[in-house]
Write a protein of this length. Sequence first.
Length: 128
Amino acid sequence: MSVMASKNKTTQPPLMIGAETFGQYLARLRKSKGYTQVELAERMGIIQVIISDYERDKLRPYHEMVIRFAQALEVSADELLGLKTPKTKGNGGSLKILRRMKKIEALPPAQQKVLLRTIDTFLKGAER
């Protein structure tokens, strides 16, 4: 995959999505979905450095990558290219919490119990 990506390295001006470059928009969209670069790369079956190169506008998106980014981020290609406003499901923070909850549910019960006790203690302190 990195061979394909290297063919698209460019010295051309970055692709603009409104007032942002494609890379800035991609990074913002990725973060709003609660993914790290590593997590998004894993979802796409590529390495993290490729995500980084796109987000820093070192690579220009080509049709296959637009589709793969859109699928991984669960948006349409039009939304990814800024042609349509992305549909939001609540705020981005709740997606992060849901992903973490899934990870907690995958832990052994003893570790879940310890972690939940720690969270409960923290929340009680925050309520004061």
